[in-house]
Ligand binder design. Structure first.
Ligand code: ZN
Length: 285
């Protein structure tokens, strides 16, 4: 998925509602839907009722099925919200989720993972780390996600930054150099954007798309290095299968230093990505 998409849908599912298409449609480009009368996207503003202004963006309900939809503050995307996300969204909206200066500094030292070449991840500033919560729980595979939209994505296990007691280096987080390399990987075939790396045990393995964590028995993740040779597609090493459960701690964007410094970096990396995307759409290589 990428930021310029028109809509994302779940293939092989049936719509729970013929009006808003909940169950099939995960999100769609609201501006595009309103401006393009020929698109098959819901374009009737009257369908979305009971608006609730959140800290950022607006929560609606479908007039027909009562299902929830979230429109971001730029009014760019309408996103389906599962009922189980509503409690976290409400808590997020009714509170500040600022990181302490120590927490910002810990994230800065670890280094955030930028968006990929195609713009995926551009709505987040994410840093993989270990989080200890005020409840005394430890999450070894945590990502602090600085973002300005509600925690609606149902594929993310969200918690709030206000739950964080301390942030430290995760023993399962890949070094920044490796993470950066995975964000720069080209999609050489559908769904496959490989980065060849060497593990601490000397074995080579392929990381597919942006990868933050690696958890393998007998491997020191911090010692993973990027291989200089290209991926040999006729004799490929194993592709790493993610097996760790990641918890996302959502923090407000705005005045965090880590977010601000990363923004400049993101803008730099996104210019060529848009060009690439256009070239791909036009069939040029
Ligand atoms: Zn509906």
């Amino acid at each position: 998925m990428s930021i310029e998409q028109i809509s994302s849908k779940q293939i092989g599912k049936e719509a729970n509602c013929n009006f808003c298409q909940a169950g099939i449609t995960i999100s769609f480009n609201w501006k595009y839907a309103l401006e393009n009368s020929k698109s098959d996207l819901p374009k009737n503003k009257d369908l979305y009722v009971n608006p609730i202004k959140l800290k950022k963006g607006t929560l609606f309900q479908c007039k027909s099925c009562g299902g929830h939809w979230y429109l971001d503050s730029d009014e760019q995307f309408m996103n389906h919200v599962k009922d189980e996300k509503l409690e976290t969204i409400e808590l997020w909206s009714n509170s500040g989720q600022k990181l302490s200066s120590e927490q910002v500094e810990a994230l800065r030292l670890i280094g955030s993972t930028p968006p990929d070449l195609y713009g995926n991840g551009s709505k987040f500033t994410e840093t993989p780390c270990e989080v200890r919560t005020k409840n005394g729980e430890t999450f070894e595979c945590a990502i602090v996600s600085i973002q300005s939209h509600a925690p609606f994505e149902d594929w993310r296990d969200y918690k709030l930054a206000s739950e964080i007691e301390s942030i430290s280096v995760s023993r399962y987080a890949l070094p920044l150099e490796v993470r950066l390399k995975t964000t720069q990987a080209d999609e050489i075939r559908m769904g496959f954007a490989p980065t060849l790396v060497q593990l601490s045990n000397g074995k080579n393995i392929i990381l597919n798309w942006t990868t933050n964590f690696l958890k393998l028995v007998g491997v020191e993740t911090a010692e993973t290095t990027v291989c200089s040779e290209r991926v040999n597609t006729s004799n490929m090493p194993e592709i790493y299968q993610t097996n760790e459960k990641v918890v996302y701690f959502i923090a407000d964007s705005g005045d965090h230093e880590a977010g601000a410094s990363n923004k400049a970096f993101n803008e730099d990396t996104q210019k060529p990505s848009l060009l690439r995307k256009l070239k791909r759409l036009l069939g040029a290589h």
